[in-house]
Design a protein around this ligand. Structure first.
Ligand SMILES: N[C@@H](CCC(=O)N[C@@H](CS)C(=O)NCC(=O)O)C(=O)O
Length: 221
C-alpha cells in the first residue's frame, strides 16, 4: 500500500488529535472508518498490525504506528516544514512531552473509565467518584495555562492539539464552567479559532457529546 492511511472514528478524542495534526500540517491522507462501537477494531486484519486494537492507527507507507501522541510527534518530525508544532529545543520538547503524557495518563483516563462500561456493557449510571478525575484534569489544565496562552509557552504545539481533543470531550461528563476555569475556557476558545478546528475536532466532538448525552442518564453519589 502506498500513501498514508489513518484508521479511526471521529467520536474518539485521540483520533481527533491526529486529524487536527494532519490538517495543521496540510497533509494528504486516506481516512478509513473503524466502527469501534461494533468491535471492528478486533478483526484479525486490524490486530495483526495493531495488537493493542486501538484507534487512531496510522499506516504511513508500511510504517504502522498507534497512540495519538506518538502519531502526532511522528507526523511533525517527518513532514513539517519547521519544528514549531513539536520543537526540537530540548527544554521545550521535554515540557511538551510532559503535557502529552499528562493527556495520555491523567486527562483522558477518567473518560475511558467512564465510557468503557457505557459502550461495552450498556451502563448508563456513573458513580460520582469517577467524575472526580475529570475535575482534577480541569484544575491541572487551569494551572498549566496560568501564565501562557498555549500549553507550552506562546506557540501552538501538538500538546494543544492532543489536549484540546480530550478536554473538549470531557464536557460530556462534567460541564466546563467558565467562572471556575477561565484560563482553560479562554484556551479552548483560542483553539476553536484555528481554521481546521471544526473539521478536525468540532464535528466529531459534537457527535461524541450527543452520544454521551443519550447514554449517560445519571451521576450518583
Ligand atoms: N492512548 C491512546 C488511547 C487510544 C484509545 O484508547 N482509543 C480507543 C477509542 S477512544 C479505542 O481504540 N478503543 C477500542 C479498544 O480499545 O478496543 C491514544 O492516544 O491513541
Amino acid at each position: 500500500m502506498s500513501g498514508m492511511v489513518l484508521y479511526g472514528i471521529d467520536i474518539s478524542p485521540p483520533v481527533r488529535a491526529c486529524l487536527l495534526t494532519l490538517k495543521a500540517l496540510g497533509l494528504q491522507y486516506e481516512y478509513k472508518h473503524v466502527d469501534i462501537l461494533s468491535g471492528e477494531q478486533l478483526a484479525e486484519d486490524f490486530t495483526k498490525n495493531n495488537p493493542q486494537h486501538t484507534v487512531p492507527t496510522l499506516n504511513d507507507n508500511g510504517t504502522w504506528l498507534w497512540d495519538s501522541h506518538a502519531i502526532c510527534a511522528y507526523l511533525v518530525d517527518k513532514y513539517a516544514k519547521d519544528d514549531s508544532l513539536y520543537p526540537r529545543d530540548l527544554a521545550l520538547r521535554a515540557r511538551l512531552h510532559q503535557r502529552l503524557f499528562f493527556d495520555a495518563s491523567i486527562l483522558y483516563m477518567p473518560l475511558r473509565f467512564i465510557t468503557i462500561p457505557m459502550f461495552r456493557f450498556n451502563r448508563s449510571i456513573v458513580p460520582r467518584e469517577k467524575t472526580q478525575g475529570v475535575i482534577e484534569g480541569y484544575v491541572l489544565m487551569e494551572k498549566f495555562l496560568a501564565n501562557s496562552p498555549y500549553l507550552v509557552g506562546d506557540r501552538l504545539t501538538i500538546a494543544d492539539l492532543c489536549c484540546v481533543a480530550t478536554a473538549s470531550s470531557l464536557a460530556g461528563v462534567v460541564e466546563l464552567e467558565q467562572e471556575k476555569y477561565p484560563k482553560l475556557h479562554a484556551w479552548m476558545e483560542r483553539l476553536k479559532k484555528l481554521p481546521y478546528y471544526e473539521e478536525g475536532n468540532g464535528v466529531g466532538c459534537k457527535k461524541y457529546l450527543e452520544i454521551l448525552k443519550k447514554r449517560l442518564t445519571a451521576i450518583v453519589s
